[in-house]
Design a protein around this ligand. Structure first.
Ligand code: PRP
Length: 181
């Protein structure tokens, strides 16, 4: 057993289920983006684990780039005002761009990113998120690719953290309330 599972109340999505779904998404994206050489834009930090597995599930030519953003306001509530800490290395004009996120919660971060990237006139701009919490949504949003819809609750693992811990867990778990309260 993983030593860090001590703080996990229950496993929400097992390692096997995560890996199967990532393989499915990889196959679907490989078909949808055939011959278009898309650029996968990973949103740091949470997206790095999903991106690493997703990119290896693709059978098509593609590039990867990274953005680091930080939300203004307090740590638990997303304000939607986002500061770019690291921008893309290259211009995306005319490029097919797929944003890769670990989770979409209120939808404010991804909305800001979409607005920011759309101005740069990519050929297309879509979203792929491993997790979505529809009950928490505060803005209207069409998500092109979703791994799993999940209920509200404090989830960790597979890139998702609490105070920078647990990102390395290979499954999605629910954190024990006593850890964060
Ligand atoms: C998470 C996640 C998204 C955002 C989603 O990042 O990776 O970027 O929150 O929330 P929203 O839909 O309510 O805007 P977080 O701020 O936890 O940073 P991290 O990825 O560095 O852990």
């Amino acid at each position: 057993m993983h030593p860090m599972t001590h703080d996990v109340a229950r496993v929400l999505i097992s390692e096997g289920d995560v890996q199967r779904r990532v393989a499915e998404l990889g196959a679907q994206l490989s078909a949808d983006y055939q011959d278009s050489n898309p650029l996968l834009v990973c949103v740091l930090k949470g997206g790095y684990v999903f991106l690493a597995d997703l990119t290896r599930a693709l059978t098509i030519r593609h590039g990867v780039d990274f953005m680091a953003v930080s939300s203004y306001g307090n740590a638990t509530e997303s304000s939607g005002v986002v500061r770019i800490l690291k921008d893309l290395d290259r211009d995306i004009t005319g490029r097919h761009v797929l944003i890769v996120e670990d989770i979409i919660d209120t939808g404010r971060t991804i909305t800001y990113l979409m607005d920011n990237l759309r101005v740069r006139q990519p050929a297309s701009l879509r979203i792929c998120t491993l997790l979505s919490k529809p009950s928490r949504r505060e803005v209207d949003l069409d998500i092109d690719y979703i791994g799993f819809e999940i209920p509200n609750g404090f989830v960790i693992g597979y890139g998702l953290d609490y105070a920078e811990n647990y990102r390395n867990l290979p499954f999605i778990g629910v954190l024990k309330p006593e850890v964060y309260s």
